[in-house]
Every structure is written in C-alpha cells, then in structure tokens.
Design a binder for this molecule. Structure first.
Ligand code: FES
Length: 145
C-alpha cells in the first residue's frame, strides 16, 4: 500500500508540473503576442529587418531623429524631404547623439555633419561624410534602407 500512495503523490506532483508547464507555455504565447503588438506600434524596427521605419511626424523640419538602436539618423532638411544616414561618426566611430541647428553632432570630439548631405563641417575632426542610406516615404512613415 505505501507504494501505491507514493505513486499517487508522484502522479499528482507530475500532473501539477505538467499543468504549470502548460500555463507557462500559455503565458509565453501571450507575451509573444504582446511583444508583437508592441513592435507593430513602435516607431522603429530593429536593424537587420526589412527596413527601419519611423513616423514622419517624429522627424522635425530642419532637424532629425536618431534611432539609436538601429544606428540610423533620419533628417528632414526641408518640409517633405527626408534623408537618412548611418549614426556612426566617421572620425573614430562614436554614435552621433544630437541633431540641432541643421547639424548632426557627435559628442566624442565635436564633429558636426550637415543634415542634408551628411558631410562634415570644415572644422570637424571627421573628414568623411556619414554613410548615406535611402529614406523612402511610405504613407505617414519613412522607411530607411
Ligand atoms: S568619434 Fe565623432 S568626433 Fe571623434
């Protein structure tokens, strides 16, 4: 008899563990769905996907927006014209961190790049332009590739 009691307890514990596992899978599936929804609602997608997307409304005229996770900077030099560049400074590789007064700025040694061309200003430590990317208007969004 003790063996059958032990077997029953073991069976109950095992069933509980399996049940918890099923709940865990359900919770994971729910998290997966949630993060998919979050990604769709996000203004940018990670690098390496089909393209990085940002809402045009998030890119100010005469300025820009840095998508740090994707190492991309999107600018709008004049209304309705969008440009995109790599956000890695061509001097020594720091990520640029600011767009202001028509310039993209690197904090490491003060290089500045034109928001229209990505070219460094004459007094910048960087001598090469930021890597050009393609910015395509798609409805209310800008797709960078
Ligand atoms: S790394 Fe950007 S200015 Fe030096």
């Amino acid at each position: 008899m003790p063996n059958s009691s032990l077997d029953r307890r073991t069976l109950i514990r095992t069933a509980g563990a399996v049940g918890a596992g099923v709940v865990g899978v359900g919770a994971l599936a729910a998290c997966g769905s949630s993060s998919t929804t979050d990604a769709a609602a996000s203004s940018s997608a990670p690098a390496g996907s089909a393209g990085v997307t940002v809402a045009a409304s998030e890119v100010p005229v005469g300025g820009g927006k840095i998508l740090a996770d994707s190492l991309v900077v999107v600018t709008q030099p004049v209304a309705g014209t969008f440009k995109a560049f790599g956000a890695t400074c061509t001097h020594q590789g720091c990520p640029v961190t600011k767009v202001a007064d028509g310039k993209i700025e690197c904090p490491c040694h003060g290089s500045q790049f034109d928001i229209s061309t990505g070219a460094p200003t004459a007094d910048s430590a960087a001598k090469k332009p930021l890597a050009a990317k393609t910015a395509t208007v798609s409805g209310a969004n800008i797709v960078i590739s």
